[in-house]
Ligand binder design. Structure first.
Ligand code: PLP
Length: 400
């Protein structure tokens, strides 16, 4: 009998982090590796936000805070929801945690009884199945192929609901596909959800600010206010404000759920760093103009990477509406042979080949429960995107 508990043995480390780690090892060996596997903005945190963190230290705001988060930050979150999403919350309906990740995990931990099912459309973020599993629930991945824009349709949702369903997890814009649910698409899902009053919805809006062109962001609680009593809306500062390392995320929803999440957090991490909370306060309340600059840079890069990948024989890449990922279909590259005589049978084989031969780190679609795809993050410089696409193209052309 080892030291690690049974229920933990099946939990896998995040595949995204595994790829990034392998890339670092190769880099340490002197290889020139371009990392397109990372899910974080390449921009530095804006100076005004950093200054607010520094000022928090100077002002002595370095002690324990309220478990749910400092009051001014919760007030700023309430203002944000009202300004951006037409949603009204009170302070006891807000929980601030160590990133959206902890908020999602807290919600699942306090709500799932053994055997409760959690539906989520796939491709999905790598952490959902493991989080559900860890919280004692049963993950119910529901395949949503490219012909539905990788989105869940009402009939597919209805077919997945059982009397054990506790949550539907929605993520828009999506990691890894960049798919964005329109108001109408959310309304259509709401029609089904009205029939099943025991199903709650976890809306993971972490990429809210990263939508391109005329695309508008909508969230379920805004579109279907009558369902608000069973929706937890989760967001954070990581992606919009280039603050991944500060670890601030938040959830807003029914008081009873929030209270339980805060109790769990109080017994585990207590709260996220006081310094980060003051920086997040500046992010939400201060100037927002750099978000538009981030958006236009990402949009330019998205178009560049989509155009370049579509020129590669065997790859087919949709043009996503949001986030900073593309998720090209690589079926045309399967069952081909590398110059070393190795058969590319899976998207993991392909990402390994691209890493070892082209020096480009990407993530296999299998990590997001969809194959054969690869996920490419374009949260990196235009030069690196161009160099990486050149290398992917020439390495793929060697496959026979
Ligand atoms: N949700 C999705 C879909 C993500 O892709 C990520 C991060 O990659 C998170 C949540 C977690 O974000 P945070 O940094 O706020 O924990």
């Amino acid at each position: 009998m080892g030291i690690v508990a049974k229920q933990f043995l099946s939990v896998k480390p995040s595949l995204t982090k595994a790829m990034t780690q392998r890339a670092s090892i190769l880099r340490e060996q002197g290889r020139d590796i371009i990392t397109l596997s990372q899910g974080e903005p390449d921009f530095p945190t804006p100076v005004s936000i950093c200054e607010a963190g520094i000022e928090a230290i100077r002002a002595g705001n370095t002690r324990y805070t309220a478990v749910a988060g400092i009051e001014p930050l919760r007030e700023a979150i309430i203002e944000k929801f009202s300004r951006d999403n037409d949603l009204n919350f009170s302070a006891d309906q807000i929980s601030v945690g160590c990133g959206a990740k902890q908020v999602l995990f807290n919600a699942l931990m306090v709500s799932l009884n053994p055997g409760d099912e959690v539906i989520f459309p796939t491709p999905c973020w790598v952490s959902y199945p493991d989080m559900v599993h860890l919280a004692g629930g049963i993950p119910v991945p529901v395949s949503c192929p490219p012909n539905t824009g990788f989105k869940m349709t009402p009939d597919v949702l209805e077919a997945a609901v059982t009397n054990k369903t506790k949550w539907l997890m929605l993520n828009s814009p999506s990691n890894p596909t960049g798919a964005v649910y329109s108001r109408d698409e959310l309304n259509a899902l709401a029609v089904v959800l009205r029939k099943y009053p025991n199903v709650w919805v976890l809306s993971d809006d972490i990429y809210e600010k990263l939508v391109y062109g005329d695309v508008e962001f909508s969230t379920l609680a805004q579109v279907a206010p009558d369902l608000r009593d069973r929706i937890l809306t989760v967001n954070g500062v990581s992606k919009a404000y280039a603050m991944t390392g500060w670890r601030v995320g938040y959830g807003a929803g029914p008081g009873q759920l929030i209270k339980a999440m805060n109790t769990l957090q109080g017994q585990t991490t207590s709260h996220t760093s006081s310094i980060s909370q003051y920086a997040a306060l500046e992010a939400l309340k201060g100037a927002q103009d750099f978000i538009a600059a981030f958006q236009s840079t990402y949009q330019f890069r998205r178009d560049l990477v989509v155009d370049r990948l579509n020129r590669i024989e065997g790859m087919s890449c949709h043009r996503p509406d949001g986030a900073f990922y593309v998720f090209p279909d690589c079926s045309g590259l399967m069952n081909k042979q590398t110059p070393q005589g190795k058969l590319i049978k899976t998207d993991s084989d392909l990402t390994m080949y691209l890493l070892e031969e082209a020096g480009v780190a990407t993530v296999p679609g299998s990590g997001f429960l969809a194959s054969p795809f690869i996920r490419i993050s374009y949260a990196t410089s235009t030069t690196d995107i161009e160099r990486a696409c050149d290398r992917i193209s020439s390495t793929c052309s060697l496959l026979k």
